[in-house]
Design a protein around this ligand. Structure first.
Ligand code: 2F8
Ligand code: CA
Length: 136
């Protein structure tokens, strides 16, 4: 599956908003194949950029508690700050429906936009990579 062009620059990183829906794991594999990971969210400004660009459609982000004994973590290695992240969850989330919601979507066009969902669902997804100028 080719993911090409369409990377958007914001605050020192490039972001790719997919046009195809994938399971969380497949989405992360596609991001990795493009030198990136499913996006982390580390500030209110970044969250704003993401939900505005997402335009109300749900997208996978790189937050999961799969394979980590129930601890939320970012797949790009960014430490998960539980306190700083509280304000990004939709009220009532994460609710772990069916004890099977271990991956996270950015679901609404609001600061409080995260929902935990089953990793086997298919959604659009957002990849993030650092800005590395190519060599001359
Ligand atoms: O009402 C919140 C609830 O909505 C859906 O379940 C009905 C979501 N499921 C998916 O997005 C797959 C739940 O995660 C969410 O908590
Ligand atoms: Ca949920």
């Amino acid at each position: 599956q080719v993911v090409s062009q369409g990377w958007k620059y914001f605050g020192g990183h490039f972001y790719y908003f997919s046009k195809i829906s994938k399971t969380w794991y497949s989405a992360q594999q596609i991001c990795i194949s493009r030198d990136s990971h499913l996006t982390s969210v580390t500030s209110e400004r970044e969250q704003e950029f993401l939900y505005r660009t997402a335009g109300g459609l749900p997208y996978w982000i790189g937050l999961t508690k799969a394979g980590s004994e129930g601890d939320w973590h970012w797949v790009d290695g960014t430490p998960y700050n539980k306190v700083q992240s509280e304000k990004f969850w939709i009220p009532g989330e994460p609710n772990n429906v069916g004890n099977n919601e271990h991956c996270v979507t950015l679901k609404t066009s609001l600061l409080r936009s995260w929902n935990d969902a089953s990793c086997d669902n298919t959604f659009l997804f957002i990849c993030k990579r650092s800005y590395k100028p190519s060599e001359p």
